[in-house]
Each structure stands twice: as C-alpha cells, then as structure tokens.
Ligand binder design. Structure first.
Ligand code: NAD
Length: 256
C-alpha cells in the first residue's frame, strides 16, 4: 500500500486528476488536490476523500499557468512523495489561426507547470529517500492529430521532460514516467464535442464513434478509474525499475 506517502495531483478537482486522487486515497496515500479555483466545493472533495478512505486530504488552490503558483503548491504541500502532473487544457484550431494566448496557456499549463513542480519536488523526494513523478501525457505525446498543435507540442514536450528527469534521478530511489491516455470521457473531452460536430458537420454519436474513437481500436473510452489504477501501479514497488518510459492506456491507438 501507499500508506504514509503523500500524493500531490495537479488539476484534480475534475476528470482524470480526481480519478487518480480517488485511487491514490483508496491505496492509502494522503492526497493534496489542486486546481486554480478556491470554492467550498473544491475543499469538500478533499474532506469527502479523507472521510471515505481514512487518509489525510487537502485542497490547495494554485494556478498551474503561473511559475510561482506551481512552486508554491509543492512548498505548501510540505511533503510530496508522489507527484502527478495532470493539469491540462485543450484548444482546437488550425495552426495558422491558432490564438497566441491559447498557445501560451497550453504550453504553460500542460508542460511548463511540470518543470516547476518537479524542480521543487525532487529535492524533497531525495531527502525522503523515495519518490515517484508521474506525468499525464497523452496518445498525443506519441502521435499527432490536426488542429491540436499546442497540445501535441506540449504533450511531446512532457514525454521529453519525463525521460530527462528519469536520467537525472536514475541513481536515486525515484522514478519518472508518463502515462499516455487515449480518449477518456471527461469534461475536457466533452467540451471538444460541439466544435468537432461543427467542424465535420456530424451528430454527437458520429463524432464519438467516427472521429474520437476512430483511432481507438477498442472503440471504448478509457476510464478515470483505469488511469488511477495505472498511476497506483507506477507508484508501487513492482514499478521501481520502470523509469523514463511511457505507458499507454489507449485501447490500442498507438499500435495502429
Ligand atoms: P479536465 O478538464 O476534466 O481536468 C483538467 C483539470 O485541470 C481540472 O481539474 C482543471 O480544473 C485543471 N486545470 C485547468 N487549468 C488549470 C490551471 N491553470 N491550474 C490548475 N489546474 C488547472 O480534463 P481531463 O481530461 O481530466 O485532463 C486531465 C489531463 O489528462 C490533462 O493533462 C489532459 O491533457 C490529459 N489527457 C486527457 C485525455 C482525455 O481523453 N480526457 C486524454 C489524454 C490526456
């Protein structure tokens, strides 16, 4: 079990991050939840997780588009044995029409935030004598799709960061890996459906089956529970020699 370990999960009041927080808590880890909002309902998620699993849970508001917030999150957490860089956003547009502010925000949140959190967490992990860095990349960290230039660039970038951090920690009891999910039906994906319906002049059902899952041979979405389980595995002792690699949870997407 992960009892006594603290997992810090960026962007975890929704979707995959919340699913990972739930599975980490189920495995006995204390969890630090995060997003950029500071609402009662955010703190309530932490309270509920603590009550349900008998662990310690906190919610810390910090904006992962800002360097000082990223670093402050890890400092405020106080302990960070398992760092899960998950916060992410998406914007879909042809590269010649891609808004610069969207490009900058995607690179900042999906890639640069992981540099800042990792930079603060590694010395804490070395001091604790154990650590796991788990980056939530994407099938788009390994392959591309049109209209997702910033996202694909950021996700390929985080795979590169993953390999570099793995080499720099290779002789420490620390591993660094990336999970590459295919499509998971979370609010991030839900938000892309209307635009894609317009782009291809298709119904919601057709977008799901013939656009989103067209490259996912299983024809099924991956679930947030499965992503959480994968993160718990990477945090386990069985995964102690797995470092600097990607683990696809994509129904066969990248086998195509
Ligand atoms: P989501 O929108 O449900 O969750 C994203 C999380 O990031 C939310 O908690 C949100 O509040 C948080 N967030 C956004 N901007 C932030 C900011 N500035 N500061 C702090 N937190 C911020 O989306 P999701 O699908 O759960 O995505 C989570 C991660 O998984 C992302 O990195 C995404 O790229 C990746 N991913 C998702 C899919 C998928 O199909 N859903 C596939 C591959 C990879």
């Amino acid at each position: 079990t992960l009892a006594g370990k603290t997992a810090v999960i960026t962007g975890s009041n929704s979707g995959i991050g919340l699913g990972i927080a739930q599975e980490m808590a189920k495995a006995g880890a204390n969890v630090v939840l995060n997003s950029f909002t500071d609402r009662d309902e955010d703190h309530a998620i932490a309270k509920d997780l603590a009550a349900e699993h008998g662990i310690e849970a906190r919610y810390i508001a910090a904006d992962m588009s800002k360097a000082e917030d990223c670093r402050g999150l890890i400092e405020q957490a106080g302990a960070c044995d398992i760092l899960i860089n998950n916060a992410g956003i998406q914007h879909v547009a042809p590269v010649d029409e891609f808004p610069t502010e969207k490009w900058d925000a995607i690179i900042a949140i999906n890639l640069t935030s992981a540099f800042h959190t990792t930079a603060v967490a590694l010395p804490m992990m070395r001091k604790a004598g154990w650590g796991r860095v788990i980056n939530i990349a994407s099938a788009h960290g390994l392959t591309a799709s049109p209209y997702k230039s910033a996202y694909v660039a950021a996700k390929h970038g985080i795979v590169g960061l993953t390999k570099t951090v793995a080499l720099e920690t290779a002789q420490d009891p620390i591993t660094c890996n990336a999970i590459c999910p295919g499509y998971v039906l979370t609010p991030l994906v839900e938000a892309q459906i209307p635009d894609t319906m317009k782009e291809y002049d298709m119904s919601r059902e057709d977008v799901i089956k013939n656009v989103m899952l067209t490259r996912q041979p299983s024809k099924e979405f991956a679930t947030v529970e499965q992503l959480g389980g994968t993160a718990v595995f990477l945090a386990s002792n069985a995964a102690a020699q797995i470092t600097g690699t990607t683990l696809s949870v994509d129904g066969g997407w990248t086998a195509l």
